[in-house]
Design a protein around this ligand. Sequence first.
Ligand SMILES: [Cu+2]
Length: 132
Amino acid sequence: MTRQPAPAAAPIAVAAFLALAGCGAADATTTSTAGAAPASADLRVGLLEWQIATSSAALSAGVDRLTVTNTGTTAHDLHVSGPGLHAHTPLLAPGGTATLTITTRAGTTLTLSCEVTGHEEAGMHTTLRIAR
Ligand SMILES: [Cu+2]
């Protein structure tokens, strides 16, 4: 659970951050991206063999930020889907991280899964409730 530099994954994580940030703030510590409202909730998501672990089973509705870390030993990604919502990270090497900022609707349930062939079937899927 320690934060170690991941040289192989750094370019991917940086690219993901820049894509999310658009032409907005370049400060990696900021919580707002591309002029969006500040994140109303933060969730940590861990990808490993063969499960997806979340720091909470529920989130508040609104703009939520997911910090995704591959804590496993092989490449994984995260796909988030729900009513009107589809978001995914790039493929993350072991130790790699990415941030997804999503807008969620109250009372819905999101599906989180890894899209690497065979991984969802192996157990890499979970659901996330959005509170009313
Ligand atoms: Cu996977």
